[in-house]
Structure formats: structure tokens, C-alpha cells
Design a protein around this ligand. Structure first.
Ligand SMILES: Cc1ncc(COP(=O)(O)O)c(C=O)c1O
Length: 410
């Protein structure tokens, strides 16, 4: 399939089809978790249908666990443009980030500095703040421009210095949709001798993740945001994953990505991750899976760009509607199809209460992006309504969203 057919895509998702919880609804909550295609459901069910054991047993169900794990590592390596020995799995992005932050903090000295941003989800802020507090390390915080949602690399450069050990930055904001210039920020970190840790949780369903091009040291994503199961994936440069001491039990492997994988992994989720990556690769042809992923994601990007344009156009005629983040037509390539909006004189939770009975699956609040909401001065007022479009959002969904927002505006 080269041309994007959103209705064909939607038909792959049981939750959006007859009998599913989102049948007939408009799902705007993809940024909090997407639905999964039937291929992912099947891959996960198949693990238990066939039988599964734990690693290292040397009998068929154990061999199956080994194969599933290796296949998942290779799939996510293709997704990130990394090597399989650079991919570790964990419960979610937050748990993985806490694990890496504790391991890295052991190498920090009092007086060192770490850099976080106000644009980030708290999962890429709190672990660094807590690790810094444990080690007497100073935290520097980079603001974004509240009128545009843009994070300027120059503002990162302004706080990075000779004592900086790490810069933690998001690949895309889960509330404003901003896609910062991460490659530039990684260069700034490296020029100062610091490491760069990238949160790609929100970016992954919308763009082409490329750790080689970014040259980041770590990158994290969560499969449940890219049409997969509830599991997180960590990329780390092989030499870093090898050199750092992970918090682990004594008998667990001392080498390779396995040393970062505490306890027994969810093998059904690992099978689901592989299926989710294959789903992401399934919309276009190409010689390798990586080629198919990049071509497919390019097609999705075009579809989502059209949705961005349609939404912004329609939003202009809704009285009192304010769209936060990038709206400048020349800058739209720097945003994901995720909008946070407010309605003048209407509390976000009241707007949501009007929209839900109209079949709109939507939520309001801070969405764990407390730095963003605090910087916008909206933390106390109930945050914002989040409108998240994904690969299965249709143009009709956008129109229904606009109609529901117009109703909520009164
Ligand atoms: C941008 C971003 N980063 C991190 C997280 C945390 O991910 P997880 O739930 O996998 O810990 C989320 C979850 O909403 C997110 O949107």
C-alpha cells in the first residue's frame, strides 16, 4: 500500500471496529496510549497459545522466549536505526529512565550539573532531579518560548557548561507537539563533554527515529504509544551500556543489554513490540525493514500533516479557542499532530464533559507535563484539553473534534 488509506488502516484496529470500545468514537487520547492493530493482538496471544518458558532452559518454551526476545531487540534496533545489542527493554519509559539515572548518577561528583527542560514530560525530569539531589549535583532548567512552544537550542547552550554531565531533552512534547532540534542540542551537550538523553516517547509514532543521525547517547520510547503493548524500550550506545554499572541482581548477566533488564521480561509484550514495529513498517515497500519503516512513517507524516492543517484551519473559526504551541504555517514541520487547547471562559474539565457525550475520547489536565503547564501558568486552572491525532485519525474525526469544541465553546 503506497497511498494512504485511513479507512483501511482503521480496519486493522479491533478497538475501532464493531464491538470495540472506540467503535464510532473519535479517539483523541493517542498521546496517552494508542490502540493496537489485530496483528499485535495476535502476536501476543500466540505466545501463550504456543507455550512460553523462561530464558536459559534449553527446552522448546524457553527457546521460544529467547527467540521472541532476540526478534524484539532486532525490530526495535531497526526502528531506532541502532544495533540489537544497544536495545534493552523495561516496564515503561519512566522505569528505564530511573534505572539509567541511578546508574549515571554514580559517576557524578558534587558540583556537577545536569540540564533538563520545561518542555519535557516529568518522566524525563524527575529522575534526573532526584538523582542530582542524591549526588549534590545542580539542575539547570531550560525554558521554552511560551508564545510558540519552541525550545531554542541557544537556550540550552546558555546553561550548558564545563560541569554539565547530562542534557535530557524531549524529541517531541506530549502536550504542545513541539519537535525541538534534538541533533543541535545533542551537539551542544557533546561539545561540553556531556551525554544526551532523549525522550522519544511522543515522537516515535509520528516521525522517523534515527539515533545514528541524532548521535544521542540514550533514547527511550514506549511501545504503547506506537500501536504496541505496554512496554518500554531503551537505546544506549553499546560502549555506554557496557561501561556503566546497572542496578541488578548478582546472577543476572553482567554484559550486553540484558544487564539492564531487571527480572523476567513480559515475553508477550516483546512479541507485541516486534509486531508493532512490523505494523509501522507495513505501509510501504523497501529492501529492508528499516527502509520500510522510514518510507511508511513518511506516508504517515504526510497524512498527519494534512490533519494538522485541517485542524488549524477549522480552529480559527471557533470563538474563544486558543491553540497552544506552533501554529505558524512555516513552522509546522516542527510539530507533531498533538494540540493543547483552551476555551475562553470554559474550564477544561467542563469542555471535556461536553465533548465526551458527543463520542469524543478526550481528556484535560497537565498530562504529566508539569513543566509545560507551570510555564504557561495553567497548572492551577486545570491544564488544557489535549487533541491528539495519530495514524488512524480520519479527516472526519478532525471535523467532529472541531464541532465538539465549538459546542463546548457555547
Ligand atoms: C513524552 C512522554 N515521555 C514519557 C512518558 C512516560 O512514559 P511511560 O508511561 O512509558 O513511563 C510519556 C507518557 O505519557 C510521554 O508522553
Amino acid at each position: 500500500m503506497q497511498r494512504y488509506d485511513v479507512h483501511q488502516i482503521r480496519s486493522r484496529y479491533p478497538a475501532l471496529s464493531e464491538g470495540g470500545l472506540l467503535d464510532g468514537a473519535v479517539d483523541l487520547d493517542g498521546p496517552a496510549g494508542t490502540q493496537v492493530p489485530a496483528s499485535v493482538v495476535e502476536a501476543m496471544a500466540e505466545v501463550h497459545r504456543r507455550g512460553i518458558g523462561n530464558l536459559g532452559g534449553g527446552f522448546p518454551p524457553s527457546d521460544a522466549a529467547e527467540e521472541i526476545t532476540a526478534a524484539a531487540r532486532s525490530a526495535v534496533a531497526d526502528l531506532f536505526n541502532a544495533g540489537p545489542d544497544e536495545i534493552a527493554f523495561g516496564q515503561n519509559m519512566t522505569s528505564l529512565t530511573f534505572a539509567v539515572s541511578r546508574a549515571l548518577a554514580r559517576t557524578w561528583e558534587p558540583g556537577d550539573e545536569v540540564v533538563v527542560t520545561l518542555l519535557d514530560h516529568d518522566a524525563n525530569v524527575a529522575p534526573w532531579r532526584l538523582a542530582a539531589a542524591d549526588r549534590g549535583v545542580t539542575v539547570r532548567t531550560v525554558p521554552f518560548d511560551p508564545s510558540t512552544g519552541v525550545l531554542d537550542p541557544a537556550d540550552v547552550a546558555a546553561v550548558v557548561g564545563p560541569r554539565t554531565r547530562l542534557v535530557a531533552v524531549t524529541h517531541a512534547s506530549n502536550v504542545l507537539g513541539t519537535i525541538p532540534d534534538v541533533a543541535a542540542i545533542v551537539r551542544i551537550a557533546h561539545d561540553a563533554g556531556a551525554l544526551a538523553y532523549v525522550d522519544a516517547v511522543h515522537y516515535t509514532p509520528h516521525g522517523i527515529v534515527d539515533v545514528a543521525a541524532l548521535d544521542c547517547d540514550f533514547l527511550v520510547a514506549s511501545a504503547y504509544k506506537f500501536y504496541g503493548p505496554h512496554i518500554g524500550a531503551l537505546y544506549g550506545k553499546a560502549e555506554l551500556l557496557e561501561a556503566l554499572d546497572a542496578y541488578k541482581v548478582v546472577p543476572a548477566p553482567d554484559e550486553g543489554p540484558e544487564k539492564w533488564e531487571t527480572g523476567t521480561q513480559s515475553f508477550e509484550s516483546l512479541a507485541g513490540v516486534r509486531a508493532a514495529v512490523d505494523h509501522l513498517a507495513s505501509l510501504a515497500g523497501g529492501a529492508t525493514r528499516r527502509d520500510r519503516i522510514t518510507a511508511s512513517q513518511g506516508i504517515v507524516r504526510d497524512h498527519e500533516s494534512a490533519l494538522i492543517g485541517r485542524f488549524l484551519e477549522g480552529a480559527r473559526s471557533i470563538p474563544g479557542l486558543r491553540v497552544y504551541g506552533i501554529t505558524d504555517p512555516d513552522m509546522l514541520h516542527r510539530r507533531a499532530p498533538t494540540f493543547s487547547v483552551g476555551l475562553e471562559g470554559v474550564a477544561p474539565q467542563d469542555a471535556v464533559a461536553v465533548m465526551r457525550p458527543l463520542g469524543i475520547n478526550v481528556r484535560s489536565g497537565h498530562h504529566y507535563a508539569v513543566g509545560v503547564m507551570g510555564h504557561l501558568g495553567l497548572l492551577e486552572g486545570g491544564g488544557l484539553i489535549r487533541v491528539g491525532f495519530v495514524q488512524y485519525t480520519s479527516p472526519e474525526d478532525v471535523d467532529r473534534t472541531l464541532e465538539a469544541l465549538a459546542s463546548a465553546a457555547g
